[in-house]
Design a protein around this ligand. Structure first.
Ligand SMILES: [Zn+2]
Length: 138
């Protein structure tokens, strides 16, 4: 068994990662801005299939009692930050927007099978453990 190509961990990696190392640094923020500029209001969320709006108050997850709720989050669709960190590769830039709540629900990608928009038929079973009523009913 060969582990020759695996880089040795350095002492630096034991320090608390910066936002850049977490993939949330300046480049991430620039890309998030770019995604927002290119966003077409009403475009469907990849996760829940509901329309996304730059105006947080128009999004389904907006809660007037919660600060910053309803804002769109930049998300790594192809590979999550957690996956990249596990694989030890540079964290890719975000490539899409999701509702804030959808992004939280997606977590590090382990819940991808729950994405409503990826299903051709309703796949929710009676014994499924859900964090919220799903599919979403407005
Ligand atoms: Zn959504």
């Amino acid at each position: 068994m060969s582990t020759a190509s695996k880089p040795k961990p350095t002492t630096a990696s034991k320090r608390k990662p910066t936002t850049t190392q977490q993939g949330l640094g300046w480049r991430h923020q620039q890309r998030a801005e770019q995604l927002r500029r290119r966003h077409h209001d009403g475009a469907a969320c990849d996760w829940c299939g509901k329309p996304m709006y730059l105006d947080a108050r128009r999004n389904w997850d907006h809660d007037p009692d919660k600060r910053a709720s309803g804002t769109l989050h930049a998300d790594h669709g192809a590979m999550t930050r957690a996956q990249a960190i596990r694989l030890g590769i540079p964290i890719p830039l975000p490539d899409r927007l999701l509702h804030g709540r959808c992004n939280q629900q997606r977590g590090d990608g382990v819940n991808d099978h729950l994405a409503a928009s990826k299903r051709e038929t309703p796949a929710v079973t009676a014994d499924a453990r859900l964090l919220m009523p799903w599919p979403w009913q407005a």
